[in-house]
Design a binder for this molecule. Structure first.
Ligand code: NAD
Ligand code: DAU
Length: 350
């Protein structure tokens, strides 16, 4: 029997990872540790919340004493660490929150894992989920590989880079059994509508402007979130200690091109005249330090562990739009703050 701690499991990617592990491994006990910030939503997990192998723990990874006690009590066999402040724009207005959660929170988890695994690290695993943004920005050509030097530009990517360095340092210094993956932009159900795709779906639904940063020429590599969760499963179980794996969709889109496709899909799904949603596009001041292009070379993961994306982008985008349109109450709840009010009432002063 394995006990696995998944941090940030009430968030976007974390909820898909928790669901996959709870359903696929009924013999594992899955502990979801989440602070339930604005981005954490237990509604994302309501289909599995009563499963006997699922446990929710409300807590903050920046709380050193709490994390230590939790590890001492539960004696986890593995950690899959996703909890983070994840939005670049928020990191520009409030960098400190990113330092606390992404760097100090990660180090607290590393310390706690080290303390309980010191004598017997065999068979244990600390999996740190990171981002392609640590590699900086590409020009028109080339891809990020696992050997690309770190060159973060935003407070978000700098904090993720810092956490990656600590994870590797704990492997090299203390022999902690770690593994890291760096993934490209995810899309799919349950993403908080501050990120490009769900924000624009929500705005189109309300006929609100679509704020395109700069000229919309920045390029991102998009991966359906369930494919990321599947990659995490493969890497957690089969990746060798101390290794890094890049995860990506081989699916690059210039923002403006992606937005136009999204507008077409939305017009079709909402039964609107073709071209209606595109009229909402509004070019606004660019994001400070906006990285031009990200593109991931995930051939190591494909070659060594046999993972590849399962969905074509057009199919994934339709599925995503369908999910948001079929779950408009979810969108209304997270944008109205009702669910935060519910947590405050349920858990009191956190
Ligand atoms: P998210 O913002 O949707 O979710 C983050 C979760 O972490 C939330 O449930 C939140 O409540 C929780 N959390 C935040 N601070 C916490 C704290 N101090 N203690 C405990 N829990 C806390 O994020 P996401 O988009 O699902 O990203 C998850 C991870 O994957 C992050 O580490 C992110 O850097 C990484 N990542 C994201 C993407 C992407 O496209 N979204 C791509 C590559 C990597
Ligand atoms: O690459 C992986 C990263 O992808 C993750 O590590 C981050 O957690 C995740 O948020 C995402 O970062 P991005 O900054 O790429 O995602 P975002 O959805 O914020 O923006 C995608 C692109 O769209 C980016 O070039 C900025 C642009 N954009 C975004 C928003 C929210 C706009 O033009 N307008 C917008 O309103």
């Amino acid at each position: 029997m394995k006990k696995i701690l998944i941090t940030g499991g009430a968030g976007f990617i974390g909820s898909h990872v928790v669901r996959l592990f709870v359903n696929k491994y009924p013999d594992y006990q899955i502990y979801n540790l989440d602070k339930l910030t604005y981005a954490g939503n237990l509604e994302n997990l309501k289909d599995i919340q009563n499963k006997p192998n699922y446990h929710f723990v409300l807590g903050d990874i920046t709380d050193d004493a709490f994390i230590q006690k939790l590890f001492e009590k539960e004696q986890f066999d593995g950690v899959i660490h996703l909890a983070a402040e994840s939005h670049v724009d928020r990191s520009i207005t409030n960098p400190n929150a990113f330092v606390f959660t992404n760097i100090i929170g990660t180090v607290n988890l590393l310390n706690a894992a080290r303390a309980i695994w010191k004598e017997h690290p065999e068979g244990k695993r600390f999996y740190h989920v990171s981002t392609d943004e640590v590699y900086g920005a590409l020009g028109q050509e080339g891809f990020f590989t696992e050997e690309t030097c770190y060159d973060p530009h935003s407070p978000y990517s700098a904090s993720k880079a810092g956490s990656d360095h600590f994870v590797r340092a704990y492997h090299d210094t203390y022999g902690l059994p770690v593994i890291i993956s760096n993934c490209s932009n995810n899309y799919g159900p349950n993403q908080f509508p501050e990120k490009l795709i769900p924000l624009f779906i929500n705005n189109i639904r309300h006929n609100k402007p679509l704020p395109v940063y700069g000229k919309g020429e920045n390029v991102r590599d998009w991966l359906y979130v369930e494919d990321h969760a599947a990659a995490i499963d493969v890497i957690y179980h089969q990746g060798p200690d101390g290794e890094t794996f890049n995860i990506g969709g081989h699916n690059e889109w210039k923002n403006i091109d992606l937005i136009k496709v999204l507008c077409k899909v939305m017009d079709k799904k909402l039964g609107r005249e073709p071209g209606t949603s595109e009229k909402l596009i509004t070019f606004v001041t660019d994001r400070a330090g906006h990285d031009l292009r990200y593109a991931i070379d995930s051939s190591k993961l494909q070659r060594e562990l046999g993972w590849k994306p399962s969905l074509q982008f057009e199919e994934g985008l339709e599925k995503t739009v369908d999910w948001y349109l079929n779950n408009q109450q979810w969108l209304d709840n997270v944008t109205s703050g009702n669910y935060q009010k519910y947590y405050d009432e349920m858990y009191g002063n956190r």
